[in-house]
Design a binder for this molecule. Structure first.
Ligand SMILES: *Cc1c(COP(=O)(O)O)cnc(C)c1O
Length: 415
């Protein structure tokens, strides 16, 4: 991950000040101060974003894009300004390349559905062994609809993709490649620059699932030359139920609309309907207006701290947490790539991850246990699941100490 060597973090970043922005971090769970280490599932929301949500419903709530009245115009302006913020954040060339969706899953399904008419028997789709279920199932369904075949880039024990094998999978039959930027189960940062370049050599389009990278990395979709890049607001301090699809203009023009309804049409008669221009062609119905506005506010919040600062601090947490946890005998970490975000997936020898998670919860510590919507990865390691602690920039080393103590206690109680 991007890391500024020699960066004086203490001068730029005071975690105690940052924590004051997050009201939820002050609540207790089971009588203990909350230690929130489930950031890879959803991030917490700062008061700056909560304020935007309250302000929207207190002052601007109206349907957008259709009313001549003042409220509707103000709500439309806020929503479109947010689209602009997202465009700037991801460095998309055109504003209309940013499509609001309900999240990563919706974005992926929109693209998968769109490719139904573009694929035929004999075509191939490549996905990676490190995918979230939301990035596997839609492609299996697309293959069923079109007769295309799904190929899988294998992984190694470190939790990295086998890039040689990927290069060998590519052929003139490859039409699509789908890879996550960062694995949610293991935190591995995948070499997507290489993956995209090689796919383009055979004329395949590439969709990058950025749900897990966007909390830590600021992607530049033009520099990456990604054909599609998708993410969810709730992983970057925004609300649930809203996200985005970035698509290159040429691809978005080629894909048919996903859903029919209001907003996405130019003209409707019973004989024929013509579709609206981008981005509205893909935005049928009343969207999550407040969520879209709050998404922009969440990116503002994170950019004000700065992604280099965030990445450097989280890397400190990752190194500290890895060392502290590995000092526990019988503890094994899954996903040991040099290129990782602040996610630690681990197990205690002979103990079910669920039992450890339950004891940690009694201590106020929120971790994820299970297969993390990535069952093929667990099958690869021949384990039922892991305990996953995922750190954000508002977490502290003291919280990691609490986790380590909790894991030791769980080990004592369960072995
Ligand atoms: C969270 C996540 C998703 C799913 O996001 P939704 O907001 O539930 O649609 C997909 N891929 C990855 C890598 C994720 O981390």
């Amino acid at each position: 991950m991007p890391f500024l060597s020699g960066l004086d973090l203490s001068a730029m970043f005071n975690v105690e000040d940052i924590r004051k922005d997050f009201p939820i971090l002050y609540r207790k769970v089971n009588g203990k101060p909350l230690v929130y280490f489930d950031n890879a599932a959803t991030s917490q929301t700062p008061k700056q974003v909560i304020d935007v949500i309250v302000d929207y419903y207190s002052n601007y709530n109206a349907n957008i894009h259709r009313g001549v009245h003042t409220l509707s115009q103000e709500a439309t302006d806020l929503y479109e300004q947010s689209r602009k913020k997202i465009q700037t954040h991801f460095n998309a060339k055109f504003l209309h390349e940013i499509i609001f969706t309900s999240g990563t899953t919706h974005s992926i399904n929109l693209v998968a559905n769109g490719f139904t008419s573009l694929l035929k028997k004999g075509d191939e789709i490549i996905v990676s062994a490190l995918e979230h279920h939301s990035n596997i199932v839609p492609w299996q369904m697309l293959c069923e609809r079109t007769g295309a075949t799904l190929k899988v880039i294998p992984m190694n024990l470190e939790g990295e993709l086998e890039i040689e094998a990927y290069n060998n999978l590519l052929s003139k039959n490859t039409k699509l490649v789908f890879v996550n930027h960062v694995s949610n189960a293991l935190g591995t940062v995948n070499p997507i620059e290489h993956i995209i370049d090689e796919a383009h050599k055979v004329g395949a389009a590439v969709l990058i699932d950025g749900a897990q990278s966007c909390p830590h990395i600021k992607p530049d979709v033009q520099a990456l030359d990604a054909d599609f890049y998708v993410t969810s607001a709730h992983k970057v301090c925004g609300p649930t139920g809203v996200g985005m699809l970035y698509g290159k203009e040429s691809w978005l023009k080629k894909l048919p609309p996903y859903q029919g309804g209001g907003e996405m049409i130019a003209e409707v008669t019973f004989e024929k309907t013509t579709y609206a221009d981008l981005p509205h062609k893909f935005e049928a119905g009343t969207p999550n207006i407040c969520g879209g506005i709050a998404f922009g506010a969440a990116l503002d919040y994170m950019n004000a701290i700065g992604f280099d600062t965030i990445a450097a601090y989280e890397n400190e947490l990752l190194e500290y947490g890895t060392a502290q946890l590995l000092a526990i005998e019988g503890l094994k970490i899954y996903g040991t790539s040099k290129h990782k975000t602040s996610v630690i997936s681990f197990n205690l020898e002979g103990i079910h991850p669920y039992d450890v998670g339950t004891i940690l919860d009694k201590l106020g510590i929120a971790v994820r246990t299970g297969h993390h919507c990535a069952q093929p990865i667990m099958d690869f390691y021949k384990i039922p699941g892991t305990i996953r602690a995922s750190f954000s920039f508002y977490n502290t080393k003291a919280e990691i100490d609490a986790l380590v103590e909790g894991v030791k206690k769980a080990k004592m109680m369960l072995s």
